[in-house]
Design a protein around this ligand. Structure first.
Ligand code: 28F
Length: 655
């Protein structure tokens, strides 16, 4: 290392206080990235992208690129200052080597004003290194091109820091390949990465986010939204019927910087609120969301009261003003004042954010209402409608209670095969495609805890129909009665008779379509079921590989092509393959062990982690393009798979 490199830098290289090796990360990966499934795999990418975003956020570089390679590796690059490469004063090794090969816990790792580091994020590129087969960093800085390479989870310094040449560029380029010994899948999902980058692009108005997937083509997409949150709202509402333009407010006057965008749609009574702090999603909400909600209710009520628009002078309740509302709140808060709470540290606790947001939004929105009379009338009409429905529903409920009828008196379909247990949390409802599969499922089920409801044909698409029309549909009415917890704004998740609702269809496009129709129904009318992680899709196997000569009876079920290849090898010469085209081809025993038995089945838990995937999923899957639908299902359907079976094997076996 030359003297020149040593002395160039001005930042305090001793900022890093506590140094630890990377061994711990490999022993307990879930502690650092949440899980070792597909979600955890993508965390490796977010760790690196976050660092690039932090650089951009602080004004260094406005282009971040991601490239997925054919060999399973991935490259992330930025045009920031470049990771410092000088010798660290105390540790006497290049700073970049220190950063990439040690966990920097405890110390203040960077001096950025608004770091995106929060919760799981920001634990750093060293975690990604620890879980990668190789990790290669190239830095453009001070006129030089530097390179360093690690292998085997950072345990081997394959190429010590060297200077490759001269350059006028600046920035950081990192390429790594996740270690298949750690992850249950190492397949990067294009859509997942795309949505993450697109989400970031909506939030960082001035940064280009580029993505290329060399496994598919050399085309590069560029996400860049100069209208930021307004475009984000339009994207989310693209398949809905907006009743107004997007309203947008921004406040940069103090060091808590606020951006808020919102739009009302007529054909939806659900609300979608997304909130962010320093570009990290605050899934559990917090003070900024509360401040917004309080101010929204007050601003609408005050305006309506003043203009005599209320019915019987009755002010709106909070829920009345949020039906059909999509809103996004994005804050920037200096790191020193960040406080997070909640189970996953995804809830903002900073108190001053509450009054900052509510004061700013109340003033801006009141002014907007006064200046845009038609807008005010349109949304207040909608609020009055919600209020009317709420009051009517409450009345019905009371009448029902007075007439001593309870939900247990609701007629249940004679097709439903009930579970014996009254311990609702443990009960599972299988919604099964077709009567014949329903018959097998009845034989295969665990009578105590599993109920079967066979579906005839395709359920109704509730995407753009009225509640009245939905209720007239026999199948969906049956479903509502079976679950027994109401629907729509009166849905009470705690009265659900089932802890798990499991959709079981054939593994083909029709099956996927049925799944989507049901999910659309749950999404619109029983959203808390999804929010609480109670809705699942069963995953029947695609193949059975077996040998049935008299000497040995062996069989392996396979869920995808790589498992199929493995099974063929394992069973060896003379193997036979049965391809399941539908649930009906499985006998009850096979159905039981592969798809229904808690210990051996695979389920996908449906979650709406990713705000951009929900509406898109619905629009793609509901559309008429069956090719696009098939492609989407192939790319997405096993994401978030709860590998009950596989994880168990891993726990008892390898690890
Ligand atoms: C593709 C991923 O990781 N980009 C990064 C920087 C820039 C600095 C930095 C990173 C300084 C004191 C540690 C440069 N010059 N992209 C990235 N760009 N890290 S990561 O500094 C790290 C800290 O101790 C940087 C001056 N200050 C900071």
């Amino acid at each position: 290392m030359s003297e020149e490199i040593k002395n160039k830098h001005t930042y305090d290289e001793n900022d890093i206080v506590v140094l630890e090796g990377l061994e711990g990360v490999r022993v307990r990966p879930a502690m650092y990235i949440g899980s070792t499934n597909s979600t955890g795999l993508h965390h490796l990418v977010w760790e690196i992208v976050d660092n690039a975003v932090d650089e951009a956020l602080n004004g260094y570089g406005n282009k971040i690129s991601v490239c997925i390679h054919k060999d399973g590796s991935i490259t992330v690059s930025d045009e920031g200052r470049g990771i410092p490469c000088g010798i660290h004063k105390k540790e006497k090794i290049p700073t970049i080597q220190l950063i990439l090969s040690t966990l920097h816990s405890g110390g203040k790792f960077n001096d950025n004003a608004y770091s995106s580091s929060a919760g799981l994020h920001g634990v750093g590129s060293s975690v990604t290194n620890a879980l990668s087969e190789f990790f290669d960093a190239t830095v453009y800085r001070d006129g030089k091109i530097y390179n360093i390479r690690f292998e085997d989870g950072g345990r081997k310094l394959a190429k010590p820091l060297t200077i490759l040449g001269n350059t006028t560029k600046h920035g950081t380029v990192i390429t790594f390949k996740p270690d298949p010994r750690i992850f249950s899948t190492t397949d990067f999902k294009y859509d997942v990465i795309k949505n993450h980058l697109q989400e970031s692009a909506f939030l960082l108005q001035n940064v280009h986010f580029k993505l290329k997937d060399e496994r598919i083509s050399n085309e590069e997409v560029d996400f860049y939204y100069k209208d930021g949150l307004s475009e984000y709202i339009k994207n989310i509402n693209q398949n809905k019927k907006p009743i107004s333009d997007v309203v947008y407010f921004e406040d940069n006057s103090s060091d808590i910087k606020i951006k808020i965008a919102l739009q009302y749609c007529s054909d939806d009574y659900n609300e979608t609120i997304l909130s962010y702090v320093n570009n990290v999603r605050t899934r559990e909400g917090g003070t900024h969301e509360s401040g917004f909600k309080v101010a929204l209710t007050k601003a609408i009520n005050d305006y309506a009261e003043e203009n005599k628009l209320l019915k019987n002078k009755q002010r709106f309740e909070a829920n009345d003003v949020r039906q059909g509302l999509t809103s996004i709140i994005a804050l920037k808060i200096p790191e020193s004042r960040l406080e997070f709470e909640g189970q996953t540290k995804a809830k903002l606790g900073t108190q001053e954010a509450m009054s900052a947001v509510s004061n700013f939004f109340y003033t801006s929105f009141t002014h907007y209402l006064q200046e845009n009379k038609q807008f005010a009338v349109d949304i207040i009409t909608k609020c009055l409608e919600s209020q009317r429905e709420r009051i009517a529903a409450r009345k019905t409920k009371e009448e029902l209670r007075n007439s001593k009828k309870s939900k247990n008196d609701l007629p249940l379909s004679n097709k439903l095969c009930q579970a014996q247990s009254k311990d609702y949390k443990l009960n599972e409802l299988f919604i099964v495609e077709g009567d014949s599969a329903g018959g097998s499922a009845k034989l295969a089920r665990d009578h105590m805890y599993q109920a079967i409801l066979p579906l005839r044909g395709k359920p109704l698409n509730v995407d753009s129909i009225s509640t009245e029309k939905m209720l007239k549909n026999e199948e969906l009415g049956t479903l509502i009665n079976t679950i027994g917890a109401g629907y729509g704004q009166n849905f009470d998740v705690n009265s659900s008779r089932y802890g798990k609702i499991i959709i079981m269809t054939d593994a083909d496009t029709d099956g996927a379509h049925i799944q989507t129709l049901l999910l659309t129904f749950f999404y619109h009318y029983m959203r808390p079921l999804i929010m609480n992680g109670m809705v699942y899709v069963a995953v029947p196997p695609l193949y059975r590989v077996y040998k049935d000569d008299n000497k040995n009876k062996q069989q392996i079920y396979c869920w995808n092509n790589s498992e199929l290849a493995e099974a063929k090898k394992k069973i060896g010469a003379g193997y036979k393959v049965a391809r399941y085209k539908g649930l009906g081809e499985m006998n009850p025993d096979q159905l039981k062990s592969t798809t229904m038995n808690k210990k051996t089945r695979q389920l996908i838990r449906i979650s709406i982690e990713d705000p951009l995937s929900v509406e898109r999923r619905i629009s793609v899957l509901m559309g008429n393009d069956s090719n696009e639908r098939r492609k989407w299902v192939e790319e997405n359907v096993d994401f978030n798979k709860v590998d009950t079976f596989k994880d168990e094997v891993k726990l008892n076996g390898k690890k």
